[in-house]
Design a binder for this molecule. Structure first.
Ligand code: ATP
Ligand code: MG
Ligand code: MG
Ligand code: MG
Length: 484
């Protein structure tokens, strides 16, 4: 089954259960002060859960472009290093807004996975929320009872608040959830280790694919929970992980979502992808084919790379890809922009924005590549000076403060400094570096701490949309007010 077919089957299934199919919302959020990017399918439906707006249909289904690179859900550091966390991914979802609840959500998920997609029942595990005394939350016995109708009790596992109480951000709708995990190990691997602890232990072959969230609460800005006016269902299934499970692969990167992009990187770099987890070249290729998606979709949705806010996040992702390919693929000239056409061939049919904007996206990326490659070149000169100074003093450690400044002010990757230092038999004063990093984190924490708002709609977005850039941060504040 191709990824296109897998996506369509999901939507067809929920259409047959009377869901209205809607398009993905933009990946970039422009009118939500609590969040920069869609980090889950429910982001665009927040107002429905809170009762501020009425949906077109009480049942909705779609695939949502998500980006998890900042805030509460930030997977950036894992991307490339594992085989199933991406910056941008599609989240397939079905929603009930005050309509069906746990029973239907559970039995339809089971029906779709085992009957439509044909995943063997004995490869599925599910988790339920074990409760949390500190917040007076009970164990989700109801979900347990519904699961019991489908799956052996030994395969229903308790999960804690971190895994089984889903929250979009620091404030907003939330609730207990049930996650569905698929065991993709071969019989041989299963014989070696068994046991359910694999599920919540991040075993790369025992993968969480779907999360069914039972929305019952709203987390207020002061940290307290209040009950929502109605009960809702919010589910999210990782599309690329589902493709891995259904295409019999052991890595998302081996599915047809990524193979055309990998083939193009191989052709442009002359390096072969071998799928090894710790191999630096393979990590770099995974980083590149992942990041190009996140960056391209963000630009297509109106977020240009820039020096602040969401634009800076996008610039950092792109720079991460450039720096990995510079270091480990030997790419010293712009090339990432050429991947946009491959992405367009693959995704442009389902996501027309990428088709429409592909020329702009490609030009912006090329421009960024050019300028960051220049930064790397000038950074190398600065680093050389630091190295010479250090050698002159007869020391072994490059001052952490200076390496941090190179990274923070000049955008020169710290890892690159480390590698080059090593080549000269020097090291970086990591303690000094970490101390500067901690100071910087403290500063940005202070900045973002001021930005937790309760979500209250005061005014609709104006009919005549003036474009993203004109909508300054202050505009949000007049529209969404903070409640003390
Ligand atoms: P994980 O525990 O693997 O990080 P999660 O519990 O953070 O996933 P949810 O917030 O429950 O993820 O999101 C719903 C689904 O979206 C997950 O079950 C998973 O299939 C998928 N998903 C989550 N994060 C990513 C990601 N970074 N890349 C690809 N798919 C993801
Ligand atoms: Mg996660
Ligand atoms: Mg999880
Ligand atoms: Mg989850």
């Amino acid at each position: 089954m191709t990824s296109q077919q897998i996506r369509q089957q999901f939507l067809d299934f929920f259409e047959s259960k009377e869901h209205l199919i809607v398009p993905s919302a933009p990946i970039v959020l422009k009118d939500d002060p609590t969040l920069m990017f869609s980090n889950s399918g429910m982001t665009q439906f927040k107002d429905y859960f809170l009762g501020y707006k009425t949906p077109k249909s009480p049942r909705i289904s779609d695939t949502q472009k998500c980006l998890r690179v900042s805030g509460k859900h930030n997977d950036l550091d894992d991307v490339g290093r594992d085989t199933y966390h991406h910056t941008m991914f599609e989240m397939l979802g079905n929603w009930s807004f005050g309509d069906y609840f746990k029973k239907e959500a559970i039995s339809w998920a089971w029906e779709l996975l085992t009957e439509v997609y044909g995943i063997p029942k004995e490869n599925i595990y599910v988790t339920i929320f074990e409760g949390d005394a500190s917040e007076n939350l009970e164990r989700d016995q109801e979900a347990y009872n519904f699961w019991k109708e489908h799956i052996d009790e030994s395969r229903i596992i308790n999960g804690n608040k971190k895994d089984n109480f889903w929250e979009m951000g620091d404030s907003g709708p939330c609730g207990p959830c049930s996650e569905i995990h698929v065991d993709l190990r071969t019989a041989e691997e299963k014989a070696q280790i068994s046991g359910l602890d694999l599920v919540n232990n991040d075993h790369p072959q025992v993968v969480e694919i779907w999360n069914l969230v039972f929305m019952e609460f709203n987390r207020k800005a002061d940290g307290s929970l209040e009950r929502l006016p109605a009960q809702h269902v919010d589910t999210g299934m990782g599309f690329e992980r589902l493709c891995m499970a259904l295409q019999g692969k052991s890595s998302n990167y081996d599915t047809d979502v990524f193979t055309p992009l990998i083939a193009k990187v191989e052709a442009l770099s002359g390096k072969k992808y071998t799928g090894i987890l710790e191999d630096e070249k393979d990590i770099a290729i995974r980083v590149v084919v992942d990041h190009i998606r996140g960056v391209s979709f963000a630009i297509a949705d109106g977020q240009l790379p820039s020096n602040g806010g969401a634009g800076y996040v996008i610039r950092r992702i792109l720079r991460r890809a450039i720096s990995y390919s510079y270091r480990f693929l030997g790419m010293k000239e712009p090339f990432l922009y050429q991947l946009v056409e491959v992405l367009n061939n693959q995704m442009g049919g389902f996501f027309p924005e990428i088709r429409k904007q592909r020329t702009l996206v490609s030009e912006v990326i090329k421009e960024e590549e050019n300028s960051f490659l220049r930064t790397i070149e000038t950074g190398l000169v600065r680093l050389d000076n630091i190295i010479n100074e250090t050698l002159k003093k007869g020391q072994k450690d490059l001052p952490g403060e200076q390496v941090f400044e190179l990274y923070d002010t000049f955008g020169f990757p710290a890892d690159l400094s480390r590698i080059i230092a090593e080549e000269k038999q020097l090291t970086v004063d990591e303690q000094g570096f970490e101390a500067e990093m901690a100071k910087q984190k403290q500063r940005s924490k202070k900045d973002s701490a001021a930005k937790v708002y309760d979500w209250v709609v005061l005014e609709e977005r104006p009919e005549t949309f003036v474009g993203y850039d004109q909508m300054a941060a202050e505009t949000y504040i007049t529209r969404y007010r903070k409640i003390e």
